[in-house]
Design a protein around this ligand. Structure first.
Ligand SMILES: C[S@@+](CC[C@H](N)C(=O)[O-])C[C@H]1O[C@@H](n2cnc3c(N)ncnc32)[C@H](O)[C@@H]1O
Length: 271
């Protein structure tokens, strides 16, 4: 269920702000199952695309769990204000430390983090470390993640310092909120959890898993608008197909991502 402040927070009782959409996006508590807890002003944005296809099916099957924590009920005063003007002046608004602190404490209480578990607290932020496959592999091995989605000009810095929050970025651009970045992170992580993808081998062969970009893929029809599928893929010769794919992977990585290619070569010379 969506978590809203309990009576002990002195503001609202559980269920008081539940909306049908929030109930739909959250899944029941299953012990030991990887879980994403999302602190957001827009809980209705979840599960979003995560509710579709393989991630959606896995969510329904209880292979991973999703919980949204609405920031609004933790707001201050009659209007439940969550933001205020930046100290020192300037444009926009900043999410308040006191509001976020209450919401984070509430969210973290239901995780393994206070018991020494492996449950990182992450703020989606353009200033953060850029997401990559290695990071997602690490996240998939955690008990779960708590993800704070910013809005406006971001969050009061003291919150980040107080909780030692890890900042993670989707890329070198600025979005209006952290929700899309959270969904990207969850999607890329959840598909690495055993059982989520039908064919586990497919995560081992795809881009980045070996440090290289993936080779081209083709399917029927064998000829499309005069373009043929490369002959070797139709040969049925597994050894030749594997060699061709490896060669294509290397060529594409070399051409498109010299940084990955250099790292790949450095690893190869270490071995
Ligand atoms: C308009 S942005 C704030 C940008 C901030 N003032 C800055 O210049 O770094 C609002 C929120 O969107 C999210 N966001 C924006 N771009 C992002 C990115 N590239 N990766 C992850 N989150 C992002 C963050 O949660 C951020 O708090």
């Amino acid at each position: 269920m969506t978590q809203t402040p309990s009576k002990s927070h002195g503001r609202l009782s559980i269920g008081a702000t539940l909306k049908p959409r929030e109930l739909m996006s959250d899944t029941p508590d299953l012990a030991g199952v990887w879980k994403a807890k999302i602190l957001t002003l827009f809980p209705e944005a979840f599960p979003g695309v995560l509710g579709e296809s393989l991630t959606g099916k896995a969510l329904q099957q209880g292979l991973w769990q999703l919980e949204t924590v609405d920031l609004r009920p933790f707001g201050i005063g009659k209007h439940k204000n969550v933001d205020d003007t930046p100290a020192g002046g300037g444009a926009g608004m900043v999410l308040r430390a006191d509001v976020l602190g209450e919401a984070i404490d509430h969210a973290m209480a239901g995780t393994t983090a206070p018991k020494g578990g492996n449950w990182p607290l992450i703020y989606l932020s353009p200033r953060g470390r850029r997401m990559d496959q290695k990071m997602m592999q690490t996240f998939a091995r955690c008990d779960g993640l708590t993800l704070l989605c910013g809005r406006f000009e971001g969050v009061d810095e003291r919150v980040l310092e107080h909780y030692g929050i890890m900042e993670v970025s989707l890329g070198d651009f600025v979005m209006t909120g952290g929700e899309l970045a959270a969904q990207a992170l969850i999607d890329a992580t959840v598909r690495l959890i055993p059982g989520v993808l039908g064919n586990h081998a497919s995560t081992e062969e795809e881009s980045f898993s070996s440090g290289l970009l993936e080779h081209p893929q083709y399917t029927r029809p064998a000829e499309w608008r005069g373009h043929q599928i490369p002959e070797v893929l139709m040969s049925g010769h597994h050894g030749k197909i594997a060699d061709w794919r490896q060669e294509m992977s290397e060529t594409i990585t070399q051409e498109r991502r010299p940084d990955l290619w250099a790292a790949h070569q450095a690893r190869a010379s270490d071995d």
